[in-house]
Design a protein around this ligand. Structure first.
Ligand SMILES: NC(=O)c1ccc[n+]([C@@H]2O[C@H](COP(=O)([O-])OP(=O)(O)OC[C@H]3O[C@@H](n4cnc5c(N)ncnc54)[C@H](O)[C@@H]3O)[C@@H](O)[C@H]2O)c1
Length: 318
């Protein structure tokens, strides 16, 4: 058995698909634990076929504690990703809270019992709610607004419980607006990319509500994947850590970036109306300090790469 084995819950999804190659490079074996509800089966089978026995798939659900415990055996590290989208969590709070709380508790408890070296949990920038100031710092007040974000925040607290009671070592990464190849089209925060691209590819200008001042901190999925592995291996743990670029990109700027990347001769069209100007940018000082992590892909580069990808962009997730 490999010395380093990751129990990767939600390991058949979007961010996982960029994380697995880095884990393999670093000598881990990977036990993907995924119910395949949103997982990519073809991609997962490719990883299994090409890894020389170092990637396996356990097709089970994290809300069932027995299988989680059984398959945690022999694992040295844990990554915990299963979730449902923000939109779905509003429509079905029960299912979202059940998955995020019961499923997460099953994984956290089994990881603590197994005595794993580190657990990395995917949290979200949405735990801050609408920030009072930028950049957003980990010690700012949290005001999560939806069942998805409320339960993500509760999971961070639950990790603190397993740390105090059972010595679990963890990091909770607060991902900002993740984008990149392989994402699904129904992304909540990043769907604007897909929307603009679809129009540009049809030769139509992007349509922006208001002045396009609302902004996001777009962070490329490759940099997210690097952060996940850094958080798995860092000397220091037991903290929430922002993972973004620190740059807030307005919707108007995004439209210009995508127009340039697609190379069409159009101007964005503004739809004058009052919009709530929400802005986002991460303070990434803690990620630098604790993980030695830096983003490497600028939003200009990342958007250009996305457009250059042969397939029409599929943006998605939560
Ligand atoms: N993508 C983003 O923009 C973003 C932003 C902030 C936080 N996050 C967090 O990052 C994590 C990964 O996101 P992603 O975009 O890769 O999501 P994804 O939906 O692509 O992957 C999640 C995986 O979990 C699996 N899964 C769902 N329910 C399960 C269950 N009950 N048991 C076992 N497996 C289950 C799905 O089949 C899927 O393969 C999530 O926790 C998400 O909340 C993502």
């Amino acid at each position: 058995m490999s010395e380093k084995r990751v129990f990767f819950a939600g390991g058949a999804g979007f961010i996982a698909s960029h994380t697995i190659p880095i884990l393999l490079e670093r000598g881990y074996s990977i036990r993907i634990f995924d119910n395949m509800r949103r997982g990519d089966r073809a991609r997962t089978e490719r990883f299994i076929a090409e890894s020389g026995g170092r990637v396996e798939l356990v097709e089970k659900d994290v809300t069932n504690g027995g299988p989680v415990r059984e398959h945690m055996a022999g694992c040295t590290h844990v990554i915990h990703f299963p979730t449902m989208s923000i939109n779905k969590s509003v429509a079905d709070p029960h299912e979202s809270v059940y998955l995020n709380m019961i499923g997460s508790n099953n994984v956290f408890a089994a990881a603590a019992d197994e005595g794993v070296r580190r657990l990395v949990f995917a949290s979200t920038a949405s735990v801050y709610g609408n920030p009072a100031k930028l950049p957003m710092h980990e010690d700012d007040e949290l005001a999560p607004l939806t069942p998805y974000c409320i339960s993500k925040r509760a999971c961070e607290d639950l990790l603190g419980f397993y740390q105090r009671e059972r010595g679990l070592s963890w990091n909770a990464l607060r991902f900002f607006n993740v984008y990149g190849p392989g994402q699904r089209v129904e992304a909540y925060y990043t769907s604007v990319i897909n929307h603009f691209l679809q129009r540009l590819r049809a030769g139509e200008p992007p349509v922006i509500d208001g002045k396009g001042e609302q902004s996001m901190d777009f962070v490329h999925v490759h940099d997210i994947a690097r952060a996940v592995v850094a958080a798995l291996e860092s000397e220091r743990g037991c903290s929430p850590i922002n993972i973004g670029t620190g740059v807030d990109t307005s919707v108007a700027t995004l439209a210009t970036l995508l127009i340039d990347a697609v190379g069409v001769d159009v101007e964005p069209r503004f739809n004058p109306r009052d919009v709530l100007v929400a802005r986002r940018a991460a303070d990434i000082g803690r990620a630098r300090e604790m993980l030695g992590w830096e983003p490497t892909i600028t939003v200009e580069q990342g958007m250009a790469d996305l457009v250059a990808a042969t397939e029409p962009v599929a943006v998605g997730s939560v």
